[in-house]
Design a protein. Structure first.
Length: 414
């Protein structure tokens, strides 16, 4: 899918806004009647929690003084050339995400899922098929402790039913409300860490590794860790880590000339978080002990080679990111089984086609991973014989990107 994202013309935008009530009713009906529900979220979904979006996150004086924008700062090269700048940005993003509560919409959607998609007949059928094909939930993660390194960040013991959440957001807020087996984070999240691979060598690692190759494994940051960041300079020096400083239900935010409060890194708003990662399983004991030792400093370290660690997040110009293989496999297995079921239901003699709804919220045009995935999954399901619709909620780009998908997209433009 190579189509570009484009805003609707003025007449189309006016029509969409005028028709919003009817579109909401149609969307509600689609969700109510669906047998399978796929949620896809971008940065706009996190915005309602009081977090900054792509256009505003790095729009602070410290970066403006250096003529740096988000796409400049969000590169792994800063960890080597200026680690204080790297950890100032990612450390403060982590602090903001760790302290800020997911908005009410997560709870609402989870209620829908709990009522209609986790324990339905179709959910149990998909879950049993996933377990039968060797879903990653049934395969214990191999321990690497004997090699002197870390185990997997967590181990999922369950399989998804008739719901899955696909997100490009790296705040890990989905784990507050959705089950771990139901989540695919296509860009990683700030709670997971990896080796940089830049200082590992045969003389430093406990096992011979080619120089420049990252140490294996991804691990979790401790639940009580916070970065120590100077919000004026947006730099984070080596030394003692910080602590949570949000003692109230809101934080200072920048106020625009029109009176709007605009969240930025280190200047977010929202409720204090009370459900932190409650559906992310604990790390294996050996992994947790090893990981904690790597966070004794404000600049985290790899506990295998002693070199710099980094968030396991896909950044710009990033060839070293380590994705979580088990999460990838779980997502691919689920989409495969849903398509198979759609084909079975569309065959001659089947009672009715499989009813699937895709709900996409807040996925813009800067990084199109979520939009592309939504339309690609919709196309695959339609070709398999499913009765499918994509509900796209977006204040700027609510229409289909691909022309042949237009008749299958319900556009909500507020």
């Amino acid at each position: 899918m190579g189509a570009s994202v484009s805003a609707p013309c003025r007449e189309d935008a006016e029509r969409l806004r005028a028709g919003l009530p009817e579109a909401c009713v149609e969307a509600a009906k689609l969700i109510q009647d669906a047998e399978v529900f796929l949620l896809l979220t971008g940065a706009g979904f996190s915005a309602d929690s009081g977090l900054a979006v792509y256009a505003d996150v790095a729009n602070v004086k410290a970066y403006a003084d250096r003529d740096l924008q988000y796409h400049d700062i969000c590169e792994p090269r800063w960890l080597r050339s200026e680690p204080e700048l790297f950890w100032g940005f990612w450390g403060q993003c982590f602090n903001d995400y760790r302290d800020t509560a997911p908005h009410k919409g997560y709870e609402v959607i989870n209620h829908w899922v709990e009522q209609r998609f986790r324990r339905s007949e179709v959910a149990e059928l998909l879950r049993s098929r996933l377990r039968g094909r060797g879903d990653p939930a049934d395969e214990p993660t191999p321990s690497l402790a004997s090699a002197g390194t870390l185990q997997a960040p967590y181990v999922i013991q369950d399989s998804p039913g008739a719901f899955f959440a696909f997100t490009s957001n790296v705040d890990a807020h989905h784990f507050d409300w959705f089950q771990g087996c139901e989540i695919r984070e296509c860009h990683g999240n700030v709670e997971l860490y990896q080796c940089t691979g830049k200082v590992c060598s045969m003389t430093q690692a406990r096992e011979p590794l080619p120089k420049g190759e990252p140490c294996p494994g991804i691990w979790r940051i401790p639940l009580d860790f916070y970065f120590n960041v100077d919000k004026e300079t947006m730099l984070a020096a080596r030394g003692v880590p910080g602590s949570s400083k949000r003692s109230t239900h809101s934080n200072s935010v920048d106020v625009e000339a029109d009176g709007l409060q605009v969240p930025r890194v280190g200047r977010v708003r929202g409720e204090m978080r009370s459900t932190t990662l409650r559906h992310m399983p604990d790390s294996p004991a050996a992994s947790a002990v090893a990981a904690e030792a790597g966070f004794s400093d404000n600049h985290p370290m790899c506990q295998r080679c002693g070199g710099p660690a980094r968030p396991a997040i896909l950044m710009f110009n990033d060839s070293d990111w380590l994705d979580l293989d088990e999460q990838v496999e779980r997502w691919q297995s689920w989409t495969t089984e849903v398509s198979k079921l759609a084909k079975e239901r569309s065959s001659e003699g089947a009672c009715s086609p499989l009813r699937v709804v895709l709900l996409e919220i807040g996925a813009g045009g800067n990084v199109r991973t979520v939009r592309h995935t939504a339309e690609a999954q919709l196309e695959e399901l339609l070709e398999a014989g499913a009765q499918g619709k994509l509900v796209r909620i977006n204040p700027d780009f609510p229409n289909a990107d691909e022309g042949d998908m237009a008749g299958h997209v319900v556009s909500l433009m507020g």
